[in-house]
Design a protein around this ligand. Structure first.
Ligand code: SAH
Ligand code: SF4
Ligand code: F3S
Length: 468
């Protein structure tokens, strides 16, 4: 069981979403269907894939039944993420039966983890492509057209797709994800990402600024800079070195009307310099996603997170001092190998210390090949993991509610993203602190504009108010 409170970066409602774009000129008469699972990185990669294939004349479709090429961009982070993909592939089988010429491809982290094993295990799959091999897709599709099955799961130390300007899929024209780095070198013992995404590499800072500038010129008003550990961003050319604080500043300077968000921050690497940069620019949002995973130092050590409870608290104190009122969210894993009841209590007490605005909370799921799978027994029974998760979730719900209540009576600067899901009489948008705000439409303002909203009340997850 995963329990998620949706936001833009880990949006549960987007899992499995079919992505479409308008044709960009050429047309080869073939239709591409692509759906994505997992983190924002994967959604962002799907935009790169669509760009590469649009260049070759593919059109996108939202219906896999009349697609010539069906891609599923997959996630391996927990066992249930992989199960979801397997189930989905079964649903594609019927369409492929009717249209044997259909090319079915598995992309992303599961492709990288299972490699050619996928072709043995799932007979309907024609092509398996890892996250660093998307430039090879046109070629791989040609191979399948010639009657072969094709695999490219080479990981790269350099690939950042920096020169590919991603087409924006299912975009509202206001928020966009911008990948600033790929891979991860951290080797947290529970985590499959270093194996599926390869070594960490940072993208050319100027290509990031150019992409953000172009987005702004096309009307976008919010970018989310993406990386598994944005604080270790590091790029240099002959004359300068750019760290994450420098990059944040460069993007903030694109235009004061462009909001800047970022994810994910790592407690071991987030520096005071980054915090001061956030504090200095109004358009860098006061919101930090800082995964704790466990509140106990022994468990953190087994997890190979390379910080302990005290260090994490020190980083929280620094955020509170340097950016007063900053919203903070986190990720928590319950029932990691050997976690005792007292250690679980320390996660709960850490939650009391921070009062997170929201959290993504998971039961530990052993992943083959990871350090934890090799070294430690997955020895906490499922019902204990689940009960601990319930306790964590209950506490978080209480804290989220308190945090929302704190906004009541205050004025929030909201970027209008569109009409609310429930009614065309209401707009919705996010505050600087990433809270969802719903308020009656005022004809003078359009999506993409900022408004000041007086918050009057809240539901369990949304603030309600009116423009002032
Ligand atoms: N790079 C980010 C996390 C990416 S994965 C970071 O370092 O924080 C997103 C979240 O999934 C992780 O923070 C962790 O809480 C959860 N996760 C990762 N592997 C997991 C596993 N094997 N079982 C349960 N949850 C896991
Ligand atoms: Fe996984 Fe740790 Fe890297 Fe995050 S920092 S992606 S949890 S290895
Ligand atoms: Fe999943 Fe891969 Fe992202 S494992 S969380 S899609 S990096």
């Amino acid at each position: 069981m995963d329990l998620l409170i949706p936001d833009k970066v880990h949006d549960e409602s987007r899992q499995g979403e079919a992505l479409v774009l308008n044709p960009i000129g050429k047309n080869n008469g073939r239709k591409l269907y692509i759906e994505s699972y997992g983190c924002a990185m994967n959604f962002s990669d799907s935009e790169i894939v669509a760009s590469i294939l649009a260049e070759k004349g593919f059109e996108t479709t939202q219906d896999f039944n009349n697609a010539d090429v069906v891609f599923i961009n997959t996630c391996s982070i927990r066992e249930n993420a992989e199960q979801r993909v397997r189930n989905r592939l079964k649903e594609f089988a019927g369409a492929k039966f009717k249209n044997p010429g259909m090319v079915v491809g598995v992309l992303g982290c599961m492709a990288e983890r299972l490699k050619s094993k996928f072709l043995e295990e799932e007979k309907l799959v024609d092509v398996v492509v890892g996250p660093d091999a998307y430039r090879d897709l046109p070629n791989l599709i040609d191979q399948v057209d010639d009657g072969q099955r094709a695999v490219n799961v080479l990981l790269s130390r350099e690939e950042t797709y920096a020169d590919i300007s991603p087409v924006r899929l299912n975009s509202n024209g206001i928020n966009a994800f911008v990948s600033i780095m790929r891979g991860c070198d951290n080797m947290c013992s529970f985590c499959v990402v270093p194996f599926t995404r390869g070594r960490e590499r940072s993208r050319d800072a100027y290509s990031i600024v150019a992409e953000c500038t172009d987005l702004f010129n096309r009307g976008y008003r919010e970018v989310t800079l993406l990386g598994q550990n944005v604080d270790s961003y590091k790029w240099s050319n002959d004359t300068e070195q750019v760290n994450f604080a420098n990059l944040l500043e460069m993007v903030a300077l694109v235009n004061p009307e462009l909001r800047v968000r970022f994810s994910t921050s790592h407690p071991k690497d987030i520096t005071d310099e980054v915090l001061h940069t956030i504090a200095r620019y109004d358009n860098i949002c006061n919101y930090i996603h800082l995964p704790i995973q466990s509140g106990n130092s022994r468990v953190l050590e087994l997890m190979n997170r390379t910080y302990d409870r005290e260090w994490y608290m020190n980083r929280i104190d620094a955020i509170r001092n340097i950016i007063p009122g900053c919203a903070i969210s986190t990720d928590i894993i319950t029932g990691f190998c050997t976690e005792t009841e007292e250690e679980h209590q320390e996660t709960l007490s850490m939650m009391d210390y921070v009062h997170y605005d929201f959290a993504y909370m998971f039961m530990y799921s052993e992943r083959p090949g990871t350090l934890a799978a090799k070294r430690y027994a997955d020895d906490i029974p499922d019902e204990v993991k689940r009960r601990r998760l319930k306790e964590v979730v209950a506490k978080q719900q209480a804290h989220s509610y308190i945090r929302l209540q704190q906004h009541i009576g205050k004025t929030e600067k909201v970027l209008i993203e569109g009409f609310s899901k429930k009614s065309d009489n209401d707009y919705c948008g996010r505050s600087d602190k990433n809270a969802m705000v719903v308020f009656p439409v005022d004809e003078r303002f359009k999506p993409g504009q900022y408004v000041n909203v007086l918050v009057e009340r809240s539901t369990t997850a949304t603030l309600l108010g009116r423009i002032i």
